[in-house]
Design a protein around this ligand. Structure first.
Ligand code: BDP
Length: 572
């Protein structure tokens, strides 16, 4: 399992360059009302007697009786395209959960496995001038050979049983979850773009690689021509205090005629791990923020820019400077907001609750590697993304587990040597952590252990952090900690499930972390309450560890965090 070989065989991002509309390119958004059918007859040529359903959105909370439905189901959308004028066309999906098969006018276009990541299928041969019928078969069923896995054998699940039968703590929403676009681009145009930064004194050097075949490529930054290497001084760098974004323009011409153009709005900054510190633009930084699910009433896991903007504004208002996209890559528009507001992001793959040693474990690992490559391919030019989380809470009870985590961390570094990689573990001290650049720790004293004992929990957390650091001698980030709080529940002295208990636990744990220089960040679990399957420990099928309710009303902890975090500088 050499990482070099593994990385070399990984496919590149299948979503391609993010769509945009300009003089050379057209993106037609296909969001809106689609038609849906919940049966598995063959509807690839077009659906009869379907029902209306909103896209993006999960079907589960839109259609009465479909809450636990995971498909397969069929979606249809009719549209008239603008003239192709000799250009290429693809249909690009931002995320379909979990597997998609796509037809246009009865012609097979392609398929994709895995949610939360974009993919594009070429369509110009099937496209007609008039009305076109786009059909997508969506399969959200749970299976052991999928990532994340479902219906796992007893003993391979983290906690208690859920319905639907998932080994992770969030609802397995299904549907077309993000933007779908008809994307028209010039033939042999700009296929890919890579912007890498390296520290140079108190500024940074940017290297731009444009994959554009033959032709003249001209680059400019904020309107001024630049070469493929360009120095930016400290005033031009992106940071939470000054989230400065530049516009990188790429123009491709052949024989003196403009063939293609692409404008990338990007921040320029560097990230390094040095000793026990995480450095942003050469200065030590500590992350303060949340783990955030994409979850909202009615939308399910469907992306909406208003929710993304509202959430990240609330984070900023609380004084947060970062979040983790638990437990899958977030929507691209959310990253736009993060870039603009100066929120640092740990981007996580969909590899949650992996387990090892059965007949499907190599397939799951191949999928985890593929999804990691797709995520890095999509997000590698983002200033806001400052680290990769290659997995969340894998089962470490098999010797292959440590090897798998090593392989994923090494693959992340081979694909992108400019950001630290790690995986979130709830089992400190297990093998495989040495492959991580930062130890990402999920820890729940005061909740799953030491219930009701905040004093004991505080000491236990300090002890875990110290042992972890002594053993691994690298920075530690507390990627999860928290307590469920029922909105409106109060007690004095605080007791479990009350808003006071949650706020006090968070305050104590922030203090424990602040007292240790090697702790480079604290992310409260979670930003907002979120939907789970049904389980004895999940009242109303919700995880109540949110600092905000599912509809984004603040709990006591929101104000407490604001008081604590607003007093903290962005860097130490
Ligand atoms: C952590 C998991 C997270 C859960 C959380 C909890 O990473 O997905 O939601 O526990 O139980 O271990 O609240």
């Amino acid at each position: 399992m050499s990482s070099g070989a593994a990385a070399g065989t990984l496919p590149t991002a299948t979503g391609g360059l993010r769509p945009q509309t300009n003089a050379c390119r057209v993106s037609v958004e296909l969001s809106g009302l689609w038609t849906l059918r919940f049966d598995d007859r063959d509807w690839h040529a077009g659906i009869r007697d379907g029902i209306p359903v909103g896209v993006p959105g999960s079907w589960n909370d839109q259609v009465p009786g479909a809450r636990d439905e995971l498909g397969p189901a069929w979606y249809e959308r009719r549209f008239e395209p603008p003239p192709l004028a000799g250009r290429e066309a693809v249909i690009r999906f931002g995320s379909v959960c979990y597997a998609a098969q796509v037809w246009l006018n009865g012609t097979w276009l392609g398929s994709h496995e895995g949610g939360h990541l974009p993919f594009a299928v070429p369509c110009e041969d099937a496209l007609t001038d008039g009305e076109n019928v786009l059909v997508v078969r969506v399969d959200g069923r749970l299976a052991r050979d999928r990532v994340p896995p479902g219906m796992v054998p007893p003993g391979q699940s983290h906690g208690r049983a859920f319905y639907p039968d998932v080994p992770y703590d969030f609802f397995p929403f299904a549907g077309i979850h993000r933007r779908t676009e008809l994307v028209i681009t010039p033939k042999d145009g700009i296929a890919d773009l890579r912007v890498q930064t390296a520290r140079d004194g108190d500024g940074a050097v940017v290297r731009v690689v444009a994959d554009a075949g033959d032709g003249d490529v001209r680059l400019s930054l904020d309107g001024a021509p630049i070469g493929t290497e360009h120095r930016v001084d400290r005033h031009g760098l992106w940071s939470p205090a000054n989230p400065r974004l530049h516009v990188l323009d790429v123009e491709l011409s052949r024989g003196g005629a403009l063939v293609d153009r692409y404008a990338l709005r990007c921040g320029i900054r560097t990230v390094e791990v040095a000793g026990d510190e995480l450095l942003l633009n050469g200065a030590a930084v500590r992350l303060r923020g949340f783990g955030r699910h994409e979850d909202f009433p009615v939308l399910g896991r469907g992306a909406h820019p208003a929710v993304a903007a509202a959430d990240l504004h609330l984070m900023r208002q609380a004084g947060a400077n970062s979040f983790r996209t638990a437990h899958y890559p977030c929507d691209e528009e959310t990253l736009d907001v993060a870039d603009q507001l100066g929120l640092m992001v740990i981007a996580e793959t969909p590899a949650v609750a992996l387990y090892f040693g059965d007949a499907d474990s190599r397939r799951r690992q191949e999928l985890a590697l593929r999804f990691l490559a797709e995520m890095i391919g999509r997000d590698r030019n983002r200033a806001c993304v400052i680290g990769w989380s290659v997995a969340n809470e894998p089962r470490m009870n098999h010797p292959l587990a440590a090897e798998a985590m090593r392989e994923l961390c090494e693959a992340a570094r081979a694909l992108d040597g400019t950001r630290p990689a790690g995986y979130a573990t709830d089992l400190p001290g297990t093998a495989g952590i040495e492959a991580a650049d930062i130890v990402f720790l999920n820890s729940y004293p005061g909740w799953y252990t030491h219930p009701g004992r905040l004093d004991v929990a505080e000491a236990a957390l300090g002890d875990t952090l110290d042992r972890l650091h002594q053993r691994h001698r690298k920075p530690v980030m507390l990627t999860e900690f928290g307590a469920d709080a029922m909105p409106g529940a109060h007690a004095d002295p605080p007791s479990m499930w009350t808003e006071e208990y949650q706020a006090d636990l968070i305050e104590r744990f922030l203090r424990v972390a602040a007292a240790r220089d090697f702790v480079v960040g604290t992310h409260v679990w979670a930003f907002a309450d979120f939907a789970t399957g049904q389980a004895d420990h999940r009242p109303q099928s919700l995880n109540f560890k949110g600092v905000f309710t599912r509809d984004r009303r603040p709990k006591l902890a929101a104000r407490r965090l604001r008081e604590l975090w607003q007093a903290t500088a962005a860097t130490r």
